[in-house]
Design a protein around this ligand. Structure first.
Ligand SMILES: [Zn+2]
Length: 271
C-alpha cells in the first residue's frame, strides 16, 4: 500500500515531467474514483489550465493549476493513491516514460486497462492514475485541513500534543490521518519497533522520553524509506511473519490486530 515514501515518489514523477505543461484533454475518467465529480465537470474545469506545481501532504498529492495570464486564482487537483494506485507518465501512444522510483511502483510494468484518470498534456505526455482496486481518488479543490500535519515535517511539540490527549493505542493513533498524515501500516510497525514502544500502549501513557524517541525514529524511518525508495525497506519488515525474530534481540515476533491493522512487534522489547 502506498505510504508517505511511495506517495512522495509519485509526486516526484509529476515534478519531473509536467511542470509548465497545459492540460489538453482529460479522458478515461472513472466516475467512482473521481466522485463526486462527473467526467464533464473535470474536463471543463481542467482543460486549458497549466500545471504550475506539485505538492504532497501525508498521502495526498495535489497540483496547482492556472489559466494563461494566471489571474483567476489557482485551481487544485488532488490525487490519492488509495490502497494500490500509482502515477505513471506515458507518451500519447501509452509507452511508459516514467513509472516512479519506489519499489512499489516497480511491482509490475504499466499496462493499459487500469487507468482511472488520464490527462493529456501539451508536451505530448499523459498523466495516468493506474489503480486496479479503484480505491484511489481524484478531486478538485481538496480539503487539505482534514489532514493532520505531515509525518515528515511534524515537530516534536505538535506530535506530543496530538498524543497526550488520546487513549487510543499508539499504533492506531499514528495511522489516523487526521492526527498525523502519511503513516501507513509498515512505517508504523517499523517506527514503533525502532522506538521499542508497544503498539497497543495508550497514546496518553507514553512517557515524555518515549515521545521524544518516537519523534526521532519516525523521521529516521521515513528518511531511510525515502532514500531506499519504499516503505517495505525497513529493518523489521522481513520479520513480519509467524516465524519471524526481532533483528535486535532475537526474541520471537508477536502479532495482533491494532486499529484494525495487522501488527507485528518484538515480544520482548515491545511487550
Ligand atoms: Zn527485540
Amino acid at each position: 500500500m502506498p505510504e508517505l515514501p511511495e506517495v512522495e515518489a509519485a509526486r516526484a514523477v509529476l515534478q519531473r515531467h509536467v511542470m509548465g505543461a497545459r492540460i489538453v484533454r482529460v479522458a478515461d475518467i472513472d466516475t467512482y474514483v473521481c466522485r463526486p465529480h462527473s467526467a464533464s465537470e473535470l474536463a471543463h474545469a481542467l482543460v486549458g489550465r497549466t500545471i504550475v506545481s506539485a505538492h504532497r501532504k501525508g498521502k495526498l498529492i495535489w497540483c496547482e493549476t492556472s489559466l494563461p495570464g494566471g489571474d483567476d486564482g489557482h485551481l487544485r487537483i488532488s490525487i490519492h493513491l488509495g490502497m494500490g494506485g500509482r502515477i505513471v507518465i506515458t507518451d500519447e501512444s501509452g509507452r511508459p516514460v516514467d513509472e516512479g522510483d519506489s519499489t512499489y511502483g516497480r511491482a509490475g510494468p504499466y499496462r493499459p486497462g487500469w487507468d482511472r484518470f488520464t490527462a493529456v498534456l501539451s508536451k505530448g505526455l499523459v498523466i495516468r492514475l493506474v489503480d486496479k482496486r479503484r480505491l484511489g481518488r481524484v478531486r478538485l479543490d481538496p480539503d487539505l485541513d482534514a489532514l493532520g500535519p505531515d509525518a515528515l515535517t511534524v515537530d516534536l511539540v505538535t506530535l506530543r500534543r496530538s498524543l497526550e490527549g488520546s487513549r487510543m493505542a499508539i499504533k492506531a493513533r499514528l495511522l489516523d490521518q487526521a492526527t498525523i498524515s502519511g503513516i501507513g501500516n509498515l512505517i508504523a510497525d517499523e517506527t514503533l519497533w525502532q522506538s521499542a514502544i508497544p503498539p497497543h500502549l495508550a497514546s496518553s501513557a507514553l512517557t515524555s522520553e518515549q515521545v521524544t524517541t518516537l519523534h526521532r525514529k519516525l523521521k529516521q524511518t521515513l528518511r531511510s524509506a525515502l532514500k531506499a525508495n519504499g516503505s517495505d525497506t525497513g529493518t523489521i519488515i522481513a520479520q513480519r511473519h509467524a516465524n519471524g525474530h526481532c533483528p535486535r534481540c532475537g526474541a520471537r515476533m508477536a502479532h495482533e490486530t491494532v486499529g484494525g491493522r495487522s501488527t507485528w512487534y518484538c515480544s520482548r522489547e515491545q511487550a
